[in-house]
Design a protein around this ligand. Structure first.
Ligand SMILES: Nc1ncnc2c1ncn2[C@@H]1O[C@H](COP(=O)(O)OP(=O)(O)OP(=O)(O)O)[C@@H](O)[C@H]1O
Length: 259
């Protein structure tokens, strides 16, 4: 699946990002350019800061009282931590999919329609129907649910629920999709479906995925960043990271000596 990619323009530029939880220094001076129309994987041992850094990219850490973020994160050259940025609007532009599928206790239709409704994206029922259908198609779920849109989202299988959450995230027309271990609760068949989907989503979005699976990172991503104890120690083409890492710590991890 990793078919390489031509150089894409930078979508997210992080400069000297540090994150503290109280006195604990979780992310240390991370600077990175994340490309558009590319899948970027964050890998590294448990607790190294992958999710913390991912959450910086749509200000989800704002919701954690002890978290403090310094440095700059620019999306399309705009500082997302600027006072005039509304985090709710930002999260419509930078969608997120979590580890455990977490559909709302609502119908399939209403799960997907929720974001477009609160952001006033649809002018009338027909327009909303169109957004819902298009998001479900992009999440490769439409054919499985089109005859039961009023059924509960929570009644779907785990893999379907995760694709519903992806449909919910894409329904607000985001430009970036953040995925925090999106397949860890899924069986191999559902994982395969979601991985295929991630591969397709890159055509329209910059996708950043945290994964514990090195096989998954090498299957779905074109770029990989290796985190270790809060530092991003290596970042580059996925093929290079997995075949000729430059840093001993990356090599130890990918060869299974740490982790
Ligand atoms: N809400 C929080 N409050 C306090 N400390 C936190 C919080 N979230 C994470 N941490 C700490 O920050 C560090 C980085 O955690 P983070 O979850 O970002 O790592 P990770 O690489 O995503 O780990 P994992 O792979 O296990 O999910 C860890 O030491 C963790 O204990």
């Amino acid at each position: 699946m990793n078919d390489g990619s031509a150089m894409q323009p930078t979508k997210i530029a992080a400069r000297d990002v540090n994150v503290w939880y109280g006195d604990a220094h979780a992310i240390k001076d991370v600077s990175v350019d994340i490309a558009d129309n590319t899948v970027t994987a964050f890998i590294g041992p448990s607790g190294c800061g992958k999710s913390t850094f991912l959450r910086c990219l749509n200000r989800m850490n704002d919701t954690i009282a002890s978290a403090r973020v310094t440095g700059d994160i620019l999306i399309d050259d705009e500082d997302i931590y600027d006072r005039k940025v509304d985090p709710v609007q930002l999260r419509a532009k930078v969608g997120m999919v979590f580890q455990k599928p977490n559909p709302f206790p609502k119908s399939i239709y209403d799960n997907v329609a929720y974001g477009p409704r609160i952001h006033g994206l649809a002018n009338g029922k027909a327009a909303l129907d169109e957004i819902v259908e298009s998001a479900l198609r992009r999440a490769a779920l439409w054919d499985e649910v089109k005859d039961r849109l009023t059924a509960a989202g929570t009644g779907l299988s785990g893999g379907q629920q995760q694709r519903l959450c992806i449909a919910r995230a894409v329904a607000t027309s985001p430009e970036i999709l953040l995925m925090d271990e999106p397949c860890s609760a899924l069986d191999p068949i559902a994982t395969d479906q979601v991985e295929n989907l991630i591969h397709d989503l890159r055509r329209n979005y910059s996708v950043v995925i945290v994964t514990h699976s090195m096989q998954q990172a090498s299957r779905v991503s074109q770029k990989t960043a290796y985190f270790h104890l809060g530092n991003m120690v290596e970042y580059g083409d996925t093929t290079d990271i997995f075949t000729r890492p430059r840093d001993q710590r990356t090599e130890n991890y990918i060869t299974g000596r740490i982790g």
